[in-house]
Design a protein around this ligand. Structure first.
Ligand code: PXP
Length: 239
């Protein structure tokens, strides 16, 4: 099980003052020291947190791997092919949303998405699609020829205290995705309180977690926040 730490909100704090601190490159190095298996950033079309220069600097400095989240916009896809992160995770993006609200609405005939996948793969970048945990959507992802999907855990994160239904859905989706040959990632809304049942799903090999880690870094420091999350993820898998 890999823990990829999303450091977007380090840049959110910096952009609140349009200054040069805190530095996402320094955050990535601290997260790696604490056991992060990868660093994730989302280069949004509106550039509200991570900037192009951050992605370039991170591509040079990250010692583990860089996972770049992006919408299927031609200019950002082009930028990704120049920077060549290890992995690109295609996400839906709406300008006004607070965060990525749902998975990609996949259609086999979506020319923009197909073109983004082809361009990224031609550049040697591993492509993952961020989708809702639905068997039908997973089948379309497979047909689109990607090696991996990231299951959106947002519904689970909103409902886990009162119902097991979303967790059951995630388990079913993960099993199906693995059975048809896809690597299974997951993320969104995972916290120190709710991460373990998801981390315990055996088919899931990568978690992307950002907001909760950066939030708790305010109190514990980033290294400690990553260390504690990594411990929870590992112990959920090997109790
Ligand atoms: N995975 C994807 C595809 C995302 O868009 C995000 C949010 O940027 C995350 C994971 C991390 O979500 P959170 O910040 O809630 O941990």
């Amino acid at each position: 099980m890999r823990l990829y730490v999303n450091i977007d909100h380090v840049a959110t704090i910096r952009e609140a003052r349009k200054t040069d601190e805190p530095d996402p490159v320094e955050a990535a190095a601290d997260a790696e020291l604490a056991g992060a298996d990868g660093i994730t950033v989302h280069l949004r079309e509106d550039r509200r947190h991570i900037q192009d220069a951050d992605v370039t600097a991170l591509a040079d400095s990250v010692h583990t791997v860089l996972n770049l989240e992006l919408g299927a916009h031609a200019d950002i896809v082009r930028l990704a092919t120049r920077i060549k992160p290890f992995q690109a995770t295609l996400v839906p993006e709406k300008r006004q949303e607070i965060t990525t609200e749902g998975g990609l609405a996949l259609r086999k005939t979506d020319r923009r998405l197909r073109s983004a996948i082809a361009t990224l793969q031609d550049a040697g970048i591993r492509v993952s699609l961020f989708i809702d945990p639905s068997v039908k959507t997973i089948d379309i992802a497979r047909a689109l020829g990607v090696p991996a999907v990231e299951l959106h855990t947002g519904r689970y994160a909103h409902t886990w205290r009162r119902s097991d239904a979303a967790l059951t859905g995630l388990r079913r989706a993960a099993t199906h995705a693995k059975e048809i040959g896809l690597a299974v990632h997951a993320g969104h809304g995972l916290t120190y309180q709710n991460v373990q049942p998801v981390a315990a799903i055996p088919e899931i090999e990568e978690l992307n977690i950002g907001h909760s880690i950066v939030s708790n870094a305010v109190f514990w420091g980033l290294e400690e926040a990553v260390r504690r999350m990594k411990t929870l993820v590992i112990t959920a898998r090997n109790p």
